[in-house]
Design a protein around this ligand. Structure first.
Ligand SMILES: *Cc1c(COP(=O)(O)O)cnc(C)c1O
Length: 361
């Protein structure tokens, strides 16, 4: 780096960039497919598309984008209060998706050199965000069936400022148990961030625990079940004390007018939500029954499959040549080289993956 950039913090120079799922444009160019025939099952997007109500709300908001949005997104918070059953004083909404909430919390809680606990394998943005804020990631590998290792987490958390739990966990699909979650919350002084990005597809959620534990923040997103990944809208619920502090430091106007209106409309479209959940539940059964690969039980909108003795990278590359994008999990820390993650789609989409994959293994 040049002399004039010497103030760029060394920790940031050392961060490995987030590895996203491949994009349709990238694969079309690389393999000469037409974009329309590509099946994108690598980023857990909603395969039903967005709610029609949300699309209409986006059109209507378009004419007013010369105006700043509501400063605290109050109408959206009211809608979220209704959806979650929690008071508005415990809710924050954020542009930049849930990742936006996460960055703000990092700025609030992580000090230079303080530990951030990550049960691996898990969503890789936590590690990047921790490093960017001067934190020291401490990895605690998961145990059998990817359950978190509660005792080890508690022991490691002695000097930690933050603990990340993801439920259902990306990329493994399993949820944390209530016993483990309460065990961690009661034994540590660190903030516990529980990522519920996929919770609409799961049997249980832990949102109500924010009323019991002031060190818990539950993160949510409009990117998965609500089908609005392209809009970048997230929210979180937390104790009133954290919420008040959060509102002091959050970027003002972080939620665009368009995103706010679309979010409210999506929350109102219960039919779209129900269809999305039903599609995923049916698809999970279809994939786990029919794939000739060992799959793990999942509560999310994706399924994790074992590719051994074939390398995950080989399988995903072969599928790309057929126009199907799934996620090679090799870049997830502690995931090994034999796991792939497949987004659950509509029946005929799942069928296409099953047929091609079964021919390869
Ligand atoms: C998709 C995802 C998110 C990110 O959500 P955005 O709101 O799109 O930023 C967060 N956590 C996990 C585990 C995810 O898979």
């Amino acid at each position: 780096v040049s002399e004039r950039l010497k103030n760029l913090r060394t920790t940031i120079q050392e961060i490995n960039r987030y590895v996203p799922g491949k994009s349709i444009e990238e694969i079309a160019r690389e393999y000469g497919h037409s974009p329309a025939e590509i099946l994108k099952l690598g980023s857990n997007e909603n395969q039903l598309g967005p709610s029609r109500f949300a699309v209409e709300a986006i059109r209507q908001a378009a004419g007013s984008v010369h105006l700043y949005p509501d400063v605290d997104a109050a109408p959206l918070k009211r809608a979220l209060s209704e959806y979650t059953g929690l008071p508005e004083e415990l809710i924050v909404a954020s542009g930049g998706g849930m990742d936006g909430v996460l960055d703000t919390l990092m700025r609030m809680f992580v000090r230079e050199g303080k530990d951030v606990i990550l049960p691996t394998p898990t969503f890789s943005y936590y590690e990047i965000s921790a490093l960017a804020n001067g934190g020291r990631p401490v990895f605690v590998p998961r145990g059998e069936n990817f359950a978190i290792n509660t005792d080890q987490i508690i022991r490691a958390a002695d000097d930690a400022s933050l603990i990340f739990l993801c439920s259902p966990n990306n990329p493994t699909g399993n949820q944390v148990s209530e016993k483990d979650l309460r065990g961690v919350l009661e034994s540590v002084n660190a903030l516990v961030f529980l990522d519920e990005a996929y919770v609409e597809f799961a049997d249980k959620n832990f949102i109500h625990l924010v009323k019991e534990y002031d060190n818990l923040v539950v993160g949510r997103t409009f990117s998965k079940a609500f089908g609005l990944a392209g809009l970048r809208l997230g929210y979180a619920v937390m104790s009133e004390a954290i919420q008040r502090a959060y509102m002091k430091v959050a970027t003002p106007f972080s939620i665009s007018r368009v995103a706010e209106h679309a979010g409210i409309a999506a929350l109102e479209d219960r039919e779209h939500l129900k269809e999305s959940i039903e599609m995923v539940r049916r698809g999970r059964t279809q994939l786990s029954k029919r794939l000739n690969l060992e799959t793990y039980p999942t509560q999310a909108s994706f399924i994790l499959a074992e590719t051994y003795p074939h390398l995950a990278s080989e399988i995903t590359t072969k599928l790309l040549s057929k126009g199907i994008i799934i996620r090679d999990c090799t870049s997830f820390r502690d995931a090994g080289k034999y796991l792939v993650r497949i987004t659950v789609g509509r029946e005929e989409q799942n069928e296409r993956v099953i047929e091609l994959l079964n021919n390869m293994v």
